[in-house]
Design a protein around this ligand. Sequence first.
Ligand code: FES
Ligand SMILES: [Fe+2]
Length: 401
Amino acid sequence: MDDVKVYKEIIKRLLVHVDNGTVDSAPEAYRQPTSVYTDPTLLAQEKATIFRDEPQLICFSSDLPEKGSFFTYDDLGVPVLLTRDNDGKVNAFLNACTHRAARLKEGCGKTNSLSCPYHAWGFDLKGKLRAVYEEKTFGNIEKSLYDLVRLPVEEKYGMIFAGMHPDVKISIDEILGDMAPVFEMWDLGNTSFVNTHEWKLDTNWKLALDTFCEGYHFLALHKNTLGGISIGNMSVFDTFGPEGRNHRLAFPNESIKRLKDIPEADWSLDIFNDFQLVHFIYPNISLLVSPVSIEFFKLYPGDTPGQHRTIFRSYTRAKDGKGWDGNDPQAHFEFICKVVDEEDYWVSANVMKNLKTGMLQYSTFGRNEPALQNMHKAFLRGIGQTPVEAPLARAGVKVSC
Ligand code: FES
Ligand SMILES: [Fe+2]
């Protein structure tokens, strides 16, 4: 796929909005009960359905860079161990020895085999039991019954998805739908890990996610950070994947206005600097793709509706420690952490405090926030509910709430 062509199409749509002061919009505002953020029964349903059954984006190919690389993942309470075997193939296992269930590996790194720390049974990178310590004293066992428990996994376009139980079906092409060629073009595995940060916050996981899904707040909440960079309240919105439940938002930077005076034929790859791309991959991933970096956010529910955890991993496309425009990847990582911490997640936590009072029964997503409308309807469908729109307040119309 031609990257400049992809970016030109986005730019042309954005410039129409710049000229008209418009934004890709839903037909109507959408009002939904705030109980979606506070109801413990609904939280339990979300955990039991969408988090248990949906493939999870775990990491990128660069996190398992060579044969013998391993990577552990514990974000959803299921201990997962990824290995890249000697054929270069990625495997996913329960991170548990089949003797008496001890954890096999911590963190990430490189190894030739997997040796259990408890009684030293040895497994190869494909999960086969190869050695039973002091076997003659242990007794005869059929070794083939003791292979590691396999979990579903797929690696494609530099992304690695896994399932949290053996029955999860994974098709990255299905997840990405017609956006797959764009992800293929980006080759997100051809990146380098920069740093990671974790937030544990007293807010609902969907309230935290909401802050990634509209540009309406940019010039208010982010006036001191993104204010001079982004136009704000302007975006193009596309859906992709099953039932269109994933989305991509492109937000224009002020710099896009320069392109009005440059013929399209002269636009080059640097037009990727004139907008920000934010993707939502159902159910809990926010993925920011730019010329210099990949910002990968995984958002998880906590023990109660008012608790949540985000794990942020930052990657750079730079091979020499410098990004495309000379950007320092560590400084970029710190900037993103600061904006999320002091602005987006600050507001998410104070929204949650207000919702806990029970005195605000509805939240409203405007026409200019189509991604939020689409995403929340998908969450309700995911737990088997039909999204029902609460009545919208209109002048002169009494609304019961
Ligand atoms: S639990 Fe792993 S060798 Fe005993
Ligand atoms: Fe924000």
